[in-house]
Design a protein around this ligand. Sequence first.
Ligand code: TMP
Length: 254
Amino acid sequence: MTRRRQIYEGSAKVLFEGPEPGTIVLYFKDDAVSRNPKRSGTITGKGVINNRISEFVMSRLGEVAIPTHFMRRLNMREQLVRKAEIIPIQVVVRNLVAGSLAERFGMEEGEPLSRSIVEFYYKDEKREDPMVMEEHITAFGWANHHEIDEMINLALRANDFMSGLFLGIGIRLVDFRLEFGRVWEGEQLRIIIADEISPDNCRLWDATTNEKLDIDRFRRDLGDVEDAYQEVARRLGILPESGPSDIQGPHLVQ
Ligand code: TMP
């Protein structure tokens, strides 16, 4: 990696100042952390695969006019994105009962929902990202009503599009988490999808067998975590060309 200013290091990514003003470089790590249950470790090749999956999904979203921060992939582990002012809210969209929703209401995982549910969580690791309502978001000034409406609108559009995209390759999009940011376009402030879209923040189940193809394999110690990520990439047609040897380190893509 060339020397440049690091802005932030999270559990799965490092952010660097980008080469042009208004840009950021996202570096995808292999590290994985789970809160419930508490677990941390490494998923070999995850960063390379997530870089590609996020590139692929965000590019397709861009093609149907759903704005994201993605600009271009730089190499195996890095992509260039637009710098945005991150809204400190995680937006979760659910299509089936799973995870914390199943726990909260004592329901069976896999129960279909009669309509998609949108939930908000305040980004605060120390407090384990508490669930919040629109009232909290506006009262505490994290986002205004218009921005909340836009986040819901974009999240539901992304849900429709991604549900179809994944179903086409035999995968059910059970739920996922998005982050959003604000960018200026001329005089106008616009809301765009930020962060990443990958098996780290989407629940993806095989549509026939319900086999988990996402980070729940790590969280729940189900094994074959690397294989699950590779399977998603393989079905999307974006597995690194020469297999595992191709996922060792950065390499410039022209
Ligand atoms: P949950 O069922 O654990 O609340 O998760 C809902 C969705 O949000 C699921 O697709 C996983 C994703 N998620 C993250 O990306 N990061 C997190 O820290 C958590 C808790 C969930």
